[in-house]
Design a protein around this ligand. Structure first.
Ligand SMILES: [Zn+2]
Ligand SMILES: [Zn+2]
Length: 101
């Protein structure tokens, strides 16, 4: 038997993998992030300095809607400390398991 294909669901008009809407809900319970021992308020979708289309559509990467927090590891989420891309910036995220610094 081949492995079953991943199932998709439509969430606010965006195709996401099954179970993803629950991850978005879960992301809303994490309003801050710890970086270098300090707590920072996470940047909600639509609060980024760049226009990612929050007024027109859900986040293209994690399907959050305007005013929601992105799902952790979303490539749109900004770093509240440096303003860069949260998943690629060099800030010392305390919950980052791969300790590169
Ligand atoms: Zn997102
Ligand atoms: Zn940063």
């Amino acid at each position: 038997m081949p492995e079953p294909e991943r199932e998709f669901v439509i969430y606010y008009g965006v195709r996401v993998i099954a179970g993803w809407p629950e991850r978005i809900v879960e992301a809303q319970t994490i309003p801050t992030i710890s970086i270098g021992g300090a707590e920072y308020a996470r940047v909600r979708y639509g609060e980024e300095p760049d226009d990612w289309g929050a007024d027109r559509q859900p986040c293209h990467d994690c399907a959050a809607i305007k005013g929601q927090f992105h799902v952790p590891s979303c490539d749109v989420e900004r770093c509240p400390r440096c303003g860069g891309q949260a998943i690629t910036c060099d800030c010392p995220y305390d919950d980052n398991s791969d300790d590169s610094e």
